[in-house]
Design a protein around this ligand. Structure first.
Ligand code: SF4
Length: 355
């Protein structure tokens, strides 16, 4: 997708191992007289160890070392907030062009964390429930700006990080090449931030990019944010559905399934009294016919930018009972981090100090 700003997230000219897919890095290193193992060592030095200078990078061909624009740029961590309810951490970074972007450390099991990264500053998709959609001047992030969120998130996390989720600011598939390069880097054996299957890339249903993802046989998981299986409700919540309506989206999910052989993650945000009726469950059951799925439900986080609220206990009971009646399995995800504006849909690049 085009950006308003011109290349402001670019690394200086040169060979930044965070800006190329590992296979492209390998080709560049070989062109400079190095070997595949040198590319792997460079990746480990910069991404696994988080180094931005060549100090400690021994026995590497001079031409390769000199091709890297040391010191490599970093995002500036400007704020870290920790939820008082569950140990969600929100990390705010300033980019070289003065924009604020956010990552979230999500507590999972046994003291482990997932790092949730942003792929854009702002977003053009305009989903009704999302604070990111209200940010001015959206722009894509460069691969290095995405990778640096992972590097710094791993360094700050109070426990081991085993998974990376692209569910922060932005529609990842609108920034396809940079997101895929970052995911390939994170899952490279020399880096070991997460296995490919532990990397989840969210989308609101950008069908052409989903088809490309399937055609390229990417190993990462996709998580499709549905909003509603009712065409009118989905169009109200997510303008993207006017471009690619529900039947096309179902076809694209099936294409990814055919390429990967895995059930596909369908995520629904529960909006009390809006998409929590039995009719929604019936629409979902129809839409998911022939779609091999894993359904994940999460309560909407309240916010001043949208009119919705989480479902009441009575509404949840009706919804859950309707699922049981039609025999649809689902999981319910914890909606955490709302007290630090870190829950799904709340990232807006606002620092606590500035309000
Ligand atoms: S939910 Fe995702 S795609 Fe929709 S506006 Fe927010 S960041 Fe963009």
């Amino acid at each position: 997708m085009d950006t308003d700003d011109e290349g402001t997230g670019r690394s200086p000219e040169g060979l930044d191992p965070r800006s190329l897919s590992p296979s492209a890095l390998e080709r560049e290193v070989e062109r400079l007289g190095g070997r595949a193992e040198h590319a792997a060592r460079l990746l480990a030095h910069v991404v696994k160890l988080g180094r931005v200078t060549p100090d400690g990078l021994a026995r590497m061909p001079r031409r390769v070392v000199d091709a890297v624009p040391w010191p490599l740029p970093r995002l500036r961590l400007v704020e870290k907030r920790v939820s008082s309810v569950y140990p969600f951490h929100k990390l705010a970074y300033e980019t070289g062009d003065g924009r604020i972007l956010e990552s979230v450390l999500i507590p999972v099991t046994q003291g482990r964390f997932s790092v949730c990264v942003s792929s854009q500053v702002g977003c053009r998709r305009g989903c009704l429930v999302c604070a990111t959609a209200r940010m001015p001047r959206p722009r894509d992030l460069s691969a290095w700006e995405i990778v640096d969120q992972i590097v710094q998130g791993v360094a700050v996390a109070p426990g081991p990080v085993r998974a990376v989720v692209f569910l922060g600011m932005g529609e990842p598939l609108d920034n396809y090449d940079e997101v895929m390069a970052a995911a390939e880097i994170a899952s490279h054996p020399a880096v070991g931030a997460a296995q490919a299957k532990a990397i989840t890339i969210g989308t609101v249903g950008v069908v052409p990019a989903m088809r490309r993802f399937a055609g390229e046989r990417r190993r990462f998981r996709l998580a499709v944010s549905l909003g509603s299986a009712d065409p009118e409700r989905r169009a109200h919540l997510m303008p993207v559905s006017r471009l690619w309506p529900l039947p096309e989206l179902a076809d694209a999910v099936r294409a990814v399934h055919a390429a990967q052989g895995e059930r596909q993650m369908i995520a629904m945000t529960m909006l009390g009294g809006y998409n929590t009726g039995e009719d929604e469950v019936r629409a979902l059951a129809r839409w998911l016919t022939d779609v091999p799925y894993r359904l994940s439900l999460i309560d909407v986080a309240p916010g001043p930018h949208h009119p919705f609220r989480p479902p009441t206990k009575a509404e949840s009971d009706v919804f859950i009972e309707a699922f049981r009646r039609v025999g649809m399995p689902f999981t319910r995800r914890l909606s955490g981090g709302a007290d630090i504006d870190a829950a799904c849909g709340m990232l807006a690049g606002k620092l606590a100090l500035s309000g």
